[in-house]
Design a protein around this ligand. Structure first.
Ligand code: ARG
Ligand code: ZN
Length: 871
């Protein structure tokens, strides 16, 4: 059944308070719920019976105002009280559920003996009957009891108000959350957990009790997460003026979790891989992810929790905005240009392909079958880009004024994207009505630019056209407002002033494109400049630029906008990669020239090492495939990229060797941005030196592996060695396994590195790993490490010409769908670009999708995704 945004109606009833009494037991958890219910006086709210959502619950009794009733109906999705009393009343319901049997990891489940919950978006209905929608905000009081040995720690949202011992070795705790919240922010945890404690003094001088709960013995790995939390709390005060509201902030790390983390009010639940870190087990990238996700969940306290979503179509309201905030946070902590490059790389590789394929949907979708399928790159990352465009158009002060008004108007409410954009518009006295199209139209706009210079008139013209390809259900689209940041780079490499024909200067080089076709005219342009377009990637579009090889080569060396300098190199690389992948002509001399142009930036000691490292990474195989667009041969794409990297390594050998020597980071491992940048440059040099698989390169990687005293260096070397068709590979993988076989998070890396390997026998190995005693199909991290890494991270072997990659991933999807539909559906999206493939692979991918679609009892999640892909 499809649900439509246009059908939204306010809830017939509201719930003011929830009193939960939860008696935890592995297979038979008893939940008593007392709800204060009242009819919704919103004139748009329909009248009628009281229907509560509930799934996988055993119902024992229903009382209204203290009296047991029988006039209700219950099925596997809901409980309907046919004739509730008029006016406010109390409903009491007793149910039981089975956390031990819950392998979907939604609702209440057990992970390594720890009881925990995941309620967003619709998991609360698996704990108790409720009006499980985000526009029903209630105050919660939660009593939890459990066997004291099994669960010495009992947590829920808010403040602890009471605890104590009971008979029979049981005990209890009562938690109260003073802030009304939607059910998706509910959380409850029980188990044997160790606690790491710290505190934070807010800008108004309040002391906040900070706690991270982990499996006992892992306390020593929480330091970075705790530091990150404090940094995030300070940053939100300084940059957004937002202070934490409760007196306690708790985070619990669990090892079975469908996603990254969850922002439950005052009680975040995290995938433990985003908490636990120590130099020997976590890479620089892990450290950065931990910092970013801790911040993301913390930032949700205002953007998501204090102001929440009216309905799930508005998911981007909290996710896009919070992604934008966490991106800005990271940019402020680390290198801003490098962060921008990383974000754009992800957007292009994953979101652009989503936007171009059968699963394309607007940032705010207008319909869905299963909301879990809409936690997508489009909602999160493109949603973040929309907030970034508003920020670009309004400036930091204007954007902050909009945020201030948004909170003034909507604190404590469940609102829509329109409400957010209205606050931005009203605070800045701007008309943003055209901007709403960005939220409602799917697909990546293409921006085609043409540039003309008239030397005698000393003028220049920039013609801009925006093109919108059709998306599923959206044949026609309207033009969107595009903030196009540009510069005109003079022959000396300096930016020329940007003067419009009327004599006014363009502030910040920011042009606003609002029409389908538009021309901008500039005055005082004596010499032909090179236009640097879409600086900082000021809009999520595909740019079709007028620049030739010589222009790009110039920008690659001189553009003052570091993003566009990187972009020029990417564009140059892409042209060659596409030609090579298509097997067009003689490429080597051309590629050598490109490599030579990379050299000056790579070795420029004035630039940050992290930036220089990013500069030398060519576009991903996914990017190249998309650029080709049709009849893609993933093997050809892979070979092209491999050859380009080998040429880079060969051509720049001397420079790379010097970088490798010079950028060794002495002393004890530190995750600070400076050391991270140096390691990144050095390991990039190492990888390029080994790209040709020369004896020398392999030896160097082996030595690097042996000498590594931290996981970053160790993984950098292992990634190289694991890709070889040589005995050095098995040697390294075995050494690594022997050392780390008892560390689950490191073991995930060991699985993933093999699943992503380009070595020729990767599929045999992956099949063997599937039967490895350490593999578990029930653990999402392990599934992502093996099956996900192959499906999403190894185009060469996933798209193996004999269909074995599809077979392996397809079979896994069908198996996983039987117990965890959400993970199955996410894996299935790996097939989403199947129509772009060459005919042989296309037919095999289609066959596999058809087999999945035909599977009996297929979940709503997977059938929606697969159905859309088959169209
Ligand atoms: N709100 C969480 C975050 O963005 C993600 C939770 C998604 N969970 C899910 N079952 N889809 O941090
Ligand atoms: Zn989020």
């Amino acid at each position: 059944r499809t649900i439509y945004l246009k059908d939204y109606r306010p809830s017939p009833y509201l719930i003011e308070t929830v009193d939960l009494d939860v008696a935890l037991a592995p297979e038979n958890t008893r939940v008593r719920s007392r709800l204060k219910v009242k009819p919704n006086d919103d004139p748009d709210a329909p009248a009628g019976p009281l229907t509560l959502d509930g799934e996988k619950l055993e119902l024992h009794s229903v009382k209204i105002n203290g009296t047991p009733i029988n006039d209700y109906t219950a099925d596997d999705q809901s409980l309907t009280i046919t004739s509730p009393p008029e006016g406010p009343f109390e409903v009491e319901i007793e149910t039981t559920c089975n956390p031990q049997a819950n392998e979907a990891l939604e609702g209440l489940y057990r992970s390594g003996g720890i009881y925990c919950t995941q309620c967003e978006p619709e998991g609360f209905r698996r704990i108790t009957y409720f009006i499980d929608r985000p526009d029903v905000l209630a105050r919660y009081r939660v009593r939890v009891e459990a066997d004291k040995r099994e669960a010495p720690v009992l947590l829920a949202n808010g403040n602890l108000v009471e605890d104590g011992d009971l008979d029979d070795g049981r005990h209890f705790a009562v938690w109260e959350d003073p802030f009304p919240k939607p059910s998706y922010l509910f959380a409850l945890v029980g188990g044997n957990l160790a606690c790491v404690q710290d505190s934070f003094i807010t800008k108004t001088g309040r002391a906040i009790d900070l706690r991270i709960y982990v499996e006992p013995g892992k306390e020593g790995r929480c330091g970075w997460a705790m530091e990150s939390l404090k940094t995030a709390m300070r940053w939100d005060e300084e940059r957004f003026g937002l202070e934490y509201d409760l007196d306690i902030y708790m985070i619990v790390a669990v090892s079975d979790f469908n996603m990254g983390a969850m922002e439950n009010k005052g009680l975040n639940v995290f995938n433990d891989k985003l908490i636990l870190a120590r130099p020997d087990i976590a890479t620089d990238t892990d450290y950065e992810s931990i910092e970013a996700v801790i911040a993301h969940e913390y930032f949700h306290n205002w953007t998501g929790n204090r102001v929440t979503c009216r309905d799930w179509f508005q998911l981007c309201l909290k996710e896009g905005l919070t992604v934008f905030r966490d991106q800005e946070f990271t940019a402020d902590q680390r290198s801003r240009p490098v962060k921008r490059i990383e974000d754009v790389r992800l957007l292009r590789a994953r979101q652009f392909s989503e936007d171009a394929g059968p699963l394309a949907h607007p940032v705010r979708p207008s319909s869905f079958v299963e909301i879990n399928n809409f936690y997508t790159l489009t909602v999160y990352e493109k949603g973040g880009e929309l907030c970034r465009m508003l920020h670009t158009m309004l400036g930091e002060d204007g954007f902050q004024a909009g945020m201030k008004l948004y909170f003034e108007r909507h604190d404590g409410q469940a609102v829509t994207v329109e409400d957010f954009v209205a606050a931005m518009a009203d605070a800045n006295d701007r008309d943003l009505s055209q901007f709403m199209r960005w939220y409602n139209q799917a697909g990546t706009p293409e921006v085609v630019c043409r540039f003309e210079h008239d030397a005698s008139e000393k003028t220049a013209k920039l013609h801009v056209t925006q093109v919108h390809a059709p998306s599923p259900g959206q044949p026609e689209k309207e033009p969107v407002p595009i903030p196009l940041r540009i510069g005109l780079v003079g022959p000396d490499g300096e930016d020329m002033p940007l003067i419009l024909k009327n004599g006014s200067e363009v502030p910040g080089g920011l042009l606003m494109v609002t029409e389908r076709e538009q021309t901008f005219e500039f005055a005082d342009v004596a010499h032909r400049p090179i236009p640097s377009l879409l600086r900082g990637f000021s809009a999520p579009v595909k740019l079709s630029s007028p620049l030739d090889d010589a222009d790009l080569d110039f920008l690659m060396r001189h553009d003052s906008d570091l993003f566009n300098r990187w972009q020029a190199a990417q564009t140059q690389a892409m042209k060659r990669l596409v030609a090579m992948a298509r097997g067009e002509g003689e490429f080597v001399p051309d590629v050598r020239e490109f490599a030579l142009a990379v050299g000056p930036t790579l070795t420029d000691d004035w630039l940050e090492p992290a930036y220089r490292a990013a500069f030398a990474v060519p576009p991903s195989e996914l990017d190249i495939a998309q650029e080709i667009g049709a009849d893609v041969d993933p093997t050809g794409v892979h070979k092209a990229r491999r050859d380009l990297r080998a040429t880079l390594g060969h051509t720049l050998q001397g420079d790379l060797q010097r970088l490798y020597e010079d950028y060794a980071v002495p002393g004890e491992y530190q995750p600070d941005p400076d050391s991270v940048g140096k390691r990144s440059l050095r390991n990039t040099a190492l990888a390029l030196l080994a790209a040709e698989e020369t004896e020398d390169g392999v030896k160097r990687a082996q030595t690097h592996f042996k000498n590594a005293d931290n996981m970053t260096d160790s993984m950098a070397a292992l990634r190289i060695l694991a890709g070889l068709d040589r005995p050095e590979r098995d040697e390294a993988l075995e050494t690594f396994y022997d050392r780390w076989k008892d560390e689950q998070l490191v073991l995930d890396k060991w699985f993933a590195i093999q699943a992503q390997s380009t070595a020729s026998d990767t599929l045999d190995r992956v099949e063997r790993l599937r039967r490895h005693p350490a593999f578990s199909i029930k653990n999402p991290n392990r599934v992502r490490a093996l099956i996900g890494a192959l499906a999403h991270g190894n185009p060469l072997h996933f798209h193996s010409a004999d269909g074995r990659g599809y077979e392996f991933v397809g079979e896994s999807i069908m198996e996983i769908d039987g117990f965890n539909p959400m993970i199955a559906a996410r894996l299935a999206s790996a097939f989403s670009s199947w129509k772009m493939l060459e005919p042989g692979r296309r037919a095999m991918a289609q066959q596999m999708l058809e087999r999945i679609a035909a599977k009996e009892g297929l979940s709503r999640d997977t059938s929606e995704v697969v159905g859309k892909m088959l169209g």
